[in-house]
Ligand binder design. Structure first.
Ligand SMILES: N[C@@H](CCC(=O)N[C@@H](CS)C(=O)NCC(=O)O)C(=O)O
Length: 231
């Protein structure tokens, strides 16, 4: 897709969700290990779970499960019994679950103050706006594309409502590249350490331990992913 259209529609996605997933909210206890989320970028239900992760300033291992994909889809079917996304695994409590509303409630109960923010708690309006947010991206981040399997998971510094991060997450989804998602929304306690590492506060920022590459700029990251992993 044309770059300007890409960015414009991705901004529209954020607007349609009224900016939910920009900032960190009220936090509760912190997990020892990152959570694990099986999902795909264009899925509106998955978006609800990802917004919750940003608001709660939680990092998560993302296992992309695009349609027509293999690896992690098969794992979910084997583990939970069906191909339905999102699927959350919390290695800190041993809990695993389907259903975005259950996941959102669980996350705010365990790692927030128990109260789900209004924008994530409006039933069909939440799901409808999340669906529109995916629709304006013409289904990017839905289907698997042939790609190499990396030895180690990648890492992405991001927050849910960033239009530039979304474009990168769509590519990571299509290539089925697992990655450790570092959420650094506005107000995140992790921003200081991130700036110390990268030199400035800007996302997306990709770290690929397989090649030693660390980089800013969504357009450059897309080119890098295509060059390195597309088949
Ligand atoms: N009620 C479920 C609905 C989840 C759902 O329908 N997810 C779709 C993706 S948006 C799905 O898993 N479809 C099956 C597939 O992708 O194969 C929830 O809120 O989590």
């Amino acid at each position: 897709m044309n770059r300007i259209l890409d960015v414009a529609t991705s901004v529209l996605s954020t607007v349609l969700r009224a900016g939910s997933g920009v900032s960190v909210g009220t936090l509760g206890r912190r997990p020892e290990k990152p959570l694990e989320l099986y999902e795909f970028e264009s899925c509106p239900f998955c978006r609800k779970a990802r917004e919750a992760l940003t608001i709660l300033d939680l990092d998560a291992m993302i296992y992309p499960c695009p349609k027509k994909g293999g690896t992690y889809r098969d794992w979910v079917i084997e583990r939970g019994g069906k191909a339905q996304f999102p699927y959350l695994v919390d290695p800190n409590t041993g809990k695993e679950m389907y259903e975005s509303d259950d996941i959102v409630q669980y996350l705010f109960r365990e790692y927030g103050n128990g109260s789900v923010p209004a924008l994530l708690n409006m039933g069909p309006l939440t799901t409808g706006s999340a669906s529109l947010a995916a629709g304006v991206r013409f289904g990017a981040g839905t289907y698997a594309a042939k790609a190499k399997v990396p030895e180690k998971p990648l890492e992405l510094y991001s927050f849910e409502a960033s239009p530039f991060c979304r474009i990168v997450r769509e590519a990571l989804t299509s290539y089925e590249l697992p990655y450790l998602l570092h959420n650094v929304g506005k107000g995140s306690a992790k921003r200081e350490a991130f700036v110390a590492r990268s030199g400035k506060m800007m996302v997306p920022y990709l770290v690929d331990p397989n090649t030693g590459v660390e980089m800013f700029e969504s357009g450059d990251i897309l080119e890098y992913l295509e060059r390195t992993y597309a088949e």
